[in-house]
Every structure is written in structure tokens, then in C-alpha cells.
Design a protein around this ligand. Structure first.
Ligand code: NAD
Length: 256
């Protein structure tokens, strides 16, 4: 279905980004991976699929490196048709204790990076008159939690960016939407589970149970593969007129 298309998935060496990259690759898209950590393992997970896989190490907090990544995608794969803005970080502290440099990093990576990739990818999408921009926001783009001021602000902002660009592209074949996961068991959430287990003197399983019970009525984690399938649907022609939506995949979190 996506044969001939190129997808850039930011922050795709781990977790949700890797899950989305796998599903898009399985359906024929060429993939540009991005992110830190074990790049070889991420590439290895996609290696057997049989589509072209590239990688760029751009630090998503650095606009010049983002521009270099877009230039790399154009040079090696002809430009980006599907842009998945997924890279994201978290820091948990009350606002008066929140380190200003963490605030700046979270806004840069979770929000400003999507502005830069979008402004740089759109001209090519307009020229080919097809495109998909998927912003991986969060249930925290729709509702807040305490001790997550920067993350909540960045994800609310990302949904705002999604709506604004969806309106600017509304008469084109380029759609812009946000996906809003609740809890997904990735390294980002594992850190929070570890902190909770240590603070409350409980084991990992009890920490998971308490985390889910607090926010996610299904009491189940969403999986990266499920989010990949939703991304695939948003790339299909059935989704041609879904524009500026923020789709929650959260086990009922924001229904409460
Ligand atoms: P993760 O920690 O498993 O993956 C994050 C990815 O981003 C990694 O590939 C990492 O290398 C990359 N990254 C981090 N900083 C970067 C930077 N400066 N430049 C380039 N890459 C960078 O996390 P995840 O849970 O898979 O999160 C992915 C996205 O999904 C994030 O935007 C996160 O906010 C969002 N999200 C996650 C959950 C969840 O429960 N896990 C819920 C809602 C939204």
C-alpha cells in the first residue's frame, strides 16, 4: 500500500517510533530512522522486511541538524511523503522545582522539532500533491497531570500545531493529524515505573498495576504495534478527509 513512499519517523530507535516504523515498512514504505541509543538493534528489527532503511542521527533539539536530516532524506530517498513526529522526552517534577533547562529541552524536542520538520517537509509534499503528517502527542495533549508541566504544555502545543497546519493544507491531499496514546510500556514509561517502585517500596508488577489504575480504565497498556496500525490507517485513502484530528488511544483515559 505504501510502496514508493518514504516515511521519516523521528525517535524511531525505540518504543512507539520503532513500532510505527515497522508497520509502515511492512506495508512497503522506505524508512528514515532517527534517534539515539542502540541504532544497530533498531535497524536489525527492520532489516528482514525488504524495504530500504536509512538513518540520520539528528538531535531533534537542534534545528540545523533537523534541516540536515531532511536534506539527507531528499538526497537518498527522494524526499519525505510521510512525516511522523514522534521523538519525545519526559521529566517529572512540580513547576517550582522544574529545572529550566529541562523545560527548554522538552519544548524543543516534543514541540519545536515538529514545527521544523513540518515547515521543511511540506514544500515537497505540496509539489507531489500527497502527504501525511502524524504528530505523536499524548493523552497529556488533551488533559493534564500534576508534575508534568513541560510535557503537558508541549503536547497541548503539538495538538495546536496539528490543527493549524491541517487548516493550511485542508484543500490539498496532505493531511495532518495527532495520535494521543495513553500508557504504552516503553523505556519512557519504564523510567516512571522504576521511580514509582522505588518511591512506594513496591515491585515492578505492583507499580504497573497502580500506574494503570490511576489513569487508564482498560487496565491495559496500548502497544507500539497498535499505534503503528493506526498510523497505517491514517496513511490510507479511507483517511483522506480526517484532518486536524487528535485521536486518543488511551484505554478510556480522557473519557473520564
Ligand atoms: P522512548 O523513550 O521509547 O523513545 C523515544 C525516542 O526518541 C527514542 O528513539 C529516542 O532515542 C528518541 N529521542 C529522544 N530524544 C531525542 C532527540 N533529542 N533527538 C532525536 N531523538 C530523540 O519513548 P516512547 O514512549 O516510545 O515515546 C515516543 C513518543 O510517544 C514521545 O513523543 C512520547 O511523548 C509519546 N507518548 C508516549 C507514551 C507512552 O506511554 N510511552 C504515551 C503518550 C505519548
Amino acid at each position: 500500500m505504501l510502496t514508493g513512499k518514504t516515511a521519516l519517523v523521528t525517535g524511531s530507535t525505540s518504543g512507539i517510533g520503532l513500532g510505527i516504523a515497522k508497520v509502515l515498512a511492512t506495508h512497503g514504505a522506505k524508512i528514515v530512522l532517527n534517534g539515539f541509543g542502540d541504532v544497530a538493534a533498531a535497524k536489525g528489527e527492520l532489516a528482514g522486511i525488504g524495504t530500504e532503511i536509512g538513518y540520520h542521527p539528528a538531535d531533534m533539539s537542534q534545528p540545523d541538524q533537523i534541516a540536515d536530516m531532511l536534506a539527507y532524506a531528499t538526497r537518498t530517498m527522494g524526499g519525505i511523503d510521510i512525516l511522523v513526529n514522534n521523538a519525545g522526552i519526559q521529566h517529572v517534577a512540580n513547576v517550582e522545582d522544574f529545572p529550566p533547562e529541562k523545560w527548554d529541552a522538552i519544548i524543543a524536542i516534543n514541540l519545536s522539532a515538529a514545527f521544523h520538520t513540518t515547515r521543511l517537509a511540506l514544500p515537497r509534499m505540496k509539489a507531489s500533491n500527497w502527504g501525511r503528517i502524524l504528530n505523536i502527542a499524548s493523552a497529556h495533549g488533551l488533559v493534564a497531570s500534576a508534575a508534568k508541566c513541560a510535557y503537558v504544555a508541549s503536547k497541548h502545543g503539538l495538538i495546536g500545531l496539528t490543527k493549524a497546519v491541517a487548516l493550511e493544507t485542508a484543500t490539498t491531499a496532505i493531511t495532518v493529524n495527532a495520535i494521543c496514546p495513553g500508557w504504552v510500556l516503553t523505556p519512557l514509561v519504564q523510567q516512571q515505573l522504576n521511580a514509582r517502585a522505588a518511591k512506594e517500596g513496591i515491585d515492578g508488577e505492583e507499580a504497573k498495576r497502580r500506574l494503570l489504575a490511576e489513569k487508564q480504565p482498560s487496565l491495559q497498556f496500548t502497544t507500539p504495534a497498535q499505534l503503528g496500525e493506526l498510523a497505517l490507517f491514517l496513511c490510507s485513502s479511507a483517511a483522506d478527509n480526517i484532518r486536524g484530528a487528535a485521536i486518543n488511544v488511551d484505554g478510556g483515559w480522557v473519557a473520564q
